[in-house]
Write a protein that binds this ligand. Structure first.
Ligand code: HEC
Ligand code: HEC
Ligand code: HEC
Ligand code: HEC
Ligand code: HEC
Ligand code: HEC
Length: 458
């Protein structure tokens, strides 16, 4: 009996050890074995095949000091750089369109999120309670491009530029700080993309702030789905992480689209033709990139005088990638481009019109529209203020002189309270004298005055 009992307990122990061993044999080893098996399929040479199958299993990691991270995703995602794995199942699939963001220099998490150091799937994908940056859903991965490419356009990701444009024109800064500039009624958005919110939350919040954030003072802008998506992309790209200079060197991608935009802004068409269309005082730019090297053209944009002494071409203050972008545009520009640029050119404004236009821009850029509305119509709810909403500015000239309005903009104004026992109204008119120059405030006043409606007109 004792011998039998001893033998049985040995077996029981062995079984227990086997269970423990299996539980701790990490899944990544299984994935690596499977990957080597896939690699070896179809390998004719028996020796090579054997070498493949017996490749030692190891944790793969990329040290990325410039991005302050260490990524081990390629421990399982083994085929990202192997085009023969195009049709392999995940996690072995070849990664299309990765160049020039090679895994050895970029890793994975800077675009995807997830937890770089982890080697089991759940933790690596960040789908655990404590990790605040889980993998981005597929449709939002490209928002990460904006973490590094912060200006101009990112090819294939129009949402980023559109989101930035909406942010700067819809008055978000009136209530939100971004990189130190803006109001403080809403949260600072400088690191909105770093943690805090999931993409779906942001998108729903933009469609209707109240739906996800009870009695939010943030107005419903009635954005379309596309606009909400663009803003969500832009928000997700807002991180203020420290990056090595290599990574931040390409803030602006020198794309043809951005080059065209600069070509329009700098009014190059005022002196040049493309394929015969335009103004003839300078040379025709069709095919100019075939006649000169890109180095020569770059030099020409930096210092036209050096290339053509006495040239009437102005010197432009364009940074390296802006010049590259213009050259990229000129390489593909046609007479058709020249025609559409000429057609889109606004007629010159008078000095008075220019001041009003500048005031309108300020009114949007500094967030006045956020509270007062794009048409100055007011109407944003402001509970417990008299009237219950932010007033319209269309009749300000009935109550105030222009000087008085300038004073209000400079010093701010709290709305009269309906019931002093209830909480103060959430929205008040901030003081702008430390934000806007006197000139900017005068322009805003000019703009307001250009739109005044006399009440007795109807
Ligand atoms: C333990 C192995 C393992 C590690 C480590 C791992 N993954 Fe995965 N990953 C998988 C497997 C298996 C799949 C496919 C199965 C699935 O869809 O759940 C997958 C799918 C994915 C997908 C596509 C599907 C999805 O869920 O969105 C992405 C993106 C991804 N991984 C990114 C990463 C990143 C980034 C890292 C590093 C932070 C990483 N993975 C680390 C095993 C791993
Ligand atoms: C420069 C940014 C960038 C980097 C770096 C990057 N990816 Fe991706 N990845 C993307 C984008 C964008 C997509 C979405 C492609 C699409 O929409 O079809 C994607 C798609 C994927 C998918 C397929 C997702 C799905 O749902 O089918 C996997 C898996 C994946 N990446 C893994 C990785 C791994 C592993 C690394 C690191 C070796 C990595 N990626 C590095 C941008 C990146
Ligand atoms: C971590 C920062 C980072 C992220 C995130 C990133 N990029 Fe880049 N990107 C770079 C750097 C750095 C280069 C220059 C690479 C080189 O030339 O060595 C570059 C180059 C490029 C270029 C080529 C520019 C040229 O000079 O022609 C394109 C296009 C581009 N990125 C698009 C994207 C897209 C699309 C995404 C998102 C899927 C993305 N990038 C995400 C840093 C980043
Ligand atoms: C009238 C003031 C006001 C304006 C204008 C405004 N917001 Fe807000 N916003 C708020 C307040 C207050 C909150 C906090 C309550 C909430 O979550 O809705 C908020 C919340 C947010 C959040 C969520 C922040 C977080 O993580 O909790 C985002 C993102 C945001 N706003 C973006 C924007 C954008 C983009 C615009 C311009 C289209 C904008 N806001 C215009 C007041 C405003
Ligand atoms: C005020 C007029 C003027 C403006 C504005 C102007 N250019 Fe020029 N540019 C010239 C003249 C004139 C020349 C030819 C040099 C000469 O013959 O003196 C020239 C030469 C060039 C050349 C070299 C052409 C060749 O074949 O040698 C390029 C390229 C060029 N310009 C691009 C631009 C771009 C891009 C812009 C806008 C950013 C621009 N120019 C704006 C007047 C102008
Ligand atoms: C955070 C919301 C908010 C922002 C941003 C804001 N205002 Fe106001 N503003 C108010 C409120 C609330 C009042 C109403 C005070 C009252 O009811 O008497 C007001 C009042 C005014 C008035 C006086 C109107 C009147 O009938 O009393 C003017 C003029 C004005 N704002 C202009 C501006 C300009 C210009 C900007 C941008 C530079 C701006 N506001 C930005 C909330 C805001």
């Amino acid at each position: 009996m004792p011998q039998l009992f001893f033998a049985l307990s040995l077996i029981a122990l062995a079984l227990m050890l086997a269970v423990v061993w299996q539980a701790s044999a990490p899944a990544w080893k299984t994935y690596q074995r499977e990957f080597h098996r896939l690699e070896a399929v179809g390998e004719p040479n028996a020796l090579t095949k054997n070498a493949m199958l017996t490749t030692p299993l190891d944790i793969r990691q990329v040290l990325l000091p410039g991005l302050q991270r260490v990524d081990r995703c390629t421990t399982c995602h083994l085929g990202v750089e192997d085009p023969t794995m195009r049709n392999a199942p995940q996690p072995f699939t070849f990664h299309a369109n990765l160049a020039p963001h090679l895994p050895a220099r970029f890793g994975c998490t800077v675009c995807h999120g997830g937890q770089g150091l982890a080697t089991d799937q759940q933790n690596a994908h960040g789908k655990v309670e404590f990790w605040q940056e889980p993998l981005l859903p597929r449709e939002y991965i490209r928002a990460s491009c904006g973490r590094c490419h912060k200006e101009g356009e990112v090819p294939g990701v129009p949402e980023l530029a559109e989101g930035r444009r909406l942010f700067e024109t819809q008055g978000c800064r009136g209530c939100h700080k971004l990189n130190g500039v803006g109001g403080s009624i809403g949260p600072d958005l400088t690191e909105e993309g770093a943690v805090r919110r999931f993409p779906e939350w942001l998108a729903r919040h933009f469609l209707d702030p109240n739906a996800v954030s009870k009695s939010s003072p943030m107005p419903n802008f009635h954005f379309t789905k596309e606009q909400a998506r663009a803003l969500t992309f832009y928000m997700l790209s807002l991180t203020s992480e420290q990056m090595g200079t290599y990574y931040s060197s390409v803030r602006l991608i020198p794309s043809a689209g951005y080059g065209r935009q600069l070509f329009v802004e700098k009014n190059c068409i005022a002196c040049h033709t493309i394929g015969g269309v335009g103004s003839k005082s300078g040379s025709d730019l069709l095919g100019v990139t075939k006649q000169h090297s890109s180095g020569w053209l770059d030099e020409q944009l930096v210092n036209p005088q050096l290339v053509y002494p006495g040239s009437s071409m102005p010197e432009y203050d364009l940074e390296t990638n802006a010049r590259k972008a213009i050259v990229t545009f000129m390489a593909s520009a046609t007479a058709e481009d020249a025609r559409s640029i000429l057609a889109g050119r606004a007629k010159p404004l008078t000095a008075q019109e220019a001041a009003i236009e500048a005031g309108k821009q300020n009114f949007a850029r500094f967030g006045c529209v956020g509270c007062h509305g794009i048409q100055l119509q007011g109407g944003v709810p402001n509970p417990n203020s008299q009237g219950g909403e932010v007033p319209s500015l269309l009749h300000a000239s009935d109550d105030y002189t222009k000087q008085e309005v300038i004073k209000i903009i400079q010093n701010g104004k709290a709305p009269p309270v309906e019931n002093s026992k209830k909480p103060a109204p959430p929205l008040y008119m901030p003081s702008w004298k430390n934000v806007l120059s006197e000139e900017d405030i005068n322009r805003v006043a000019d703009y307001l005055w250009s739109l005044q409606k006399k009440r007795d007109a109807w």
